[in-house]
Design a protein around this ligand. Structure first.
Ligand code: FAD
Length: 468
């Protein structure tokens, strides 16, 4: 009798506890991916990227004599159908920690068990289960540094062995085709964008990891903030889809730290920011739509507006902000420093609600992760746990001088006004919808807001709000 392995965001053969558990049963393993309402509701770029992860992993499974079965529908119905068709006795999966997935998985587990089917969830997406880390009072952490201090010494489980073969069933259940799902249909982008910039699949992720540990980690501490350099690992999209395991990154990073690499500890701390984000979302499930600090409710942020639309289109007249917004539209990626700057500009200079920005990121990022995105936006806006204070307003001009000193990044993304704009700057105009009516020959727009004035207005609004 076969067992079912329900894949979600865990497209790897290395360090995959759920897959190892399924394999260890000795029974044939049927791997399935279910296009359910959670997949359907994912932002455009992330959904496209999810499709690429599926395609790549399906090929990887074939290399080890297995297959990925694709089915569309409500998860429980699909699983129950598969159990009936195949006579499977167990279902295994890697845990997810966002509220919608938790609710779905709980219901699936209960119903399967009620029907006499073994339902087993496993760790794998995170290094630390959110409920395993608690303060002395048994409460969740709300501040990063104590969280880091709590986890850094406790050790991370050794990654499990790579799966080299999965026993195949005598007959395979039917599979839908990935093409019929049209995972990229909502992207509304022209030209060969995203695909050119994405690093898809387990093998590519491992290559990227090797290159990071081989060439970049020692300089990571100094280089990670320079938007004009490629000083970071770029592994976030792979972590999002589970193409690389956080535990394997941790152990490689730890070994480098012990060998005296200055950048390695900083890298481990960043990996732990990801864990902390999931810790927060798990314990505070409204993190992605409610101000975490209730005293921010009623603050004078504007709802969506024309300035926010200019922000989305990279037409604010603020070159660093526009460069970053265009980079994200074309590549599905944005440097962390740039994320902080564009988020600050939107929520402070443009006085627009952080949720407007959060939703655009959700639609555009290929590394979209509900926890890191929510934590990042609330951190910048000032209303989150362990947030930057609201009055710390990033100045995009001075940030550009520091982190893009010779303007390389801005030139790479802004074509207007350049006699011979480069490839990426022009790619933006191939990618955007025609209805935006923008051309590389346009005049670059004047600033939407004077930086000093915008800052003062934001601070005045903050003072008014504080006084009630
Ligand atoms: P590296 O510098 O190489 O770091 C290694 C890994 O550590 C990253 O891959 C990531 O998993 C983790 N990490 C690094 N910085 C952070 C951070 N600040 N918060 C949480 N984890 C971190 N990250 C996402 O993965 N998905 C998102 O949707 C997302 N949205 C964000 C929105 C805002 C407003 C902000 C300020 C940050 C957001 N981040 C998000 C965090 C961060 O910008 C990205 O993780 C980082 O830019 C990815 O690049 P990298 O893989 O080269 O990171």
């Amino acid at each position: 009798k076969p067992v079912i392995l329900w894949l979600r965001r865990d497209f790897r053969l290395h360090d995959h506890p759920a897959m190892v558990a399924a394999e260890k049963t000795g029974a044939p393993v049927i791997c399935v991916f279910i296009h359910d309402e959670i997949v359907a509701g994912t932002g455009a770029a992330a959904k496209w990227r999810w499709g690429e992860a599926i395609a790549s992993f399906a090929a990887r499974l074939e290399e080890i004599g297995s297959r990925l079965i694709l089915r569309k529908g409500a998860a429980l119905e699909v699983l129950q159908g598969l159990v009936q068709e195949t006579g499977a006795t167990q279902v295994h999966w890697s845990r997810a920690y966002d509220p919608a997935s938790i609710a779905r998985d709980r219901a699936v587990k209960a119903a399967l068990r009620e029907g006499g089917i073994g339902a087993h969830s496993h760790k794998g997406h995170l290094m630390f289960e959110p409920w395993d880390v608690a303060t002395g009072k048994g409460e969740p952490y709300k501040v990063y540094t104590p969280y880091w201090n709590a986890v850094k010494g406790r050790g991370v489980d050794t990654p499990c062995d790579t799966v080299r073969a999965l026993a195949a069933p005598e007959t395979w259940p039917d599979s839908e085709t990935l093409a019929s799902w049209q995972m990229g249909a909502q992207m509304r982008r022209g030209g060969p964008v995203l695909a050119e910039h994405a690093c898809i699949g387990e093998a590519s992720a491992q290559g990227r990891m090797a290159s990071f540990f081989g060439n970049k980690i020692d300089d990571y501490k100094a280089a990670r903030d320079q938007v004009d350099q490629k000083g970071t690992s770029n592994l976030s999209e792979n972590l999002t889809y589970g193409e690389i395991s956080p535990r394997s990154l941790w152990h490689s990073g730890w070994a480098r730290m012990e060998a005296g690499s200055a950048g390695a500890e900083t890298f481990l701390k960043e990996l732990v920011w990801r864990e902390f984000a999931w810790h927060l979302l798990y314990h505070f499930p409204t993190l992605d739509h409610e101000n975490w600090r209730a005293e921010w409710n009623g603050f004078g942020w504007r709802r969506d507006n024309n300035d926010a639309e200019a922000w989305r289109r990279g037409r604010t007249g603020e070159p660093f902000v526009d460069a970053a917004m265009r980079e994200m539209f074309v590549t599905g990626q944005m440097h962390n420093r740039a994320r902080m700057i564009v988020a600050s500009y939107l929520t402070k200079h443009l006085m627009t609600d952080w949720r407007v920005g959060l939703r655009w990121f959700e639609d555009c990022l290929t590394d979209w992760d509900p926890a890191s995105n929510a934590m990042g936006w609330q951190w910048v806006a000032g209303c989150g746990p362990d947030a930057a204070p609201y009055f710390r307003v990033f100045n995009p001009e001075t940030q550009a001088q520091k982190f893009d000193p010779d303007g390389r990044y801005r030139r790479a993304w802004i074509a207007e006004g350049q006699p011979q704009p480069g490839k990426t700057a022009l790619q933006y105009f191939d990618a955007i919808p025609k209805s935006w009516r923008m051309s590389a020959d346009d005049r670059y727009p004047p600033r939407l807001v004077d930086l000093k004035e915008g800052r003062e207005k934001a601070l005045a609004a903050y003072e008014r709000h504080k006084k009630g």
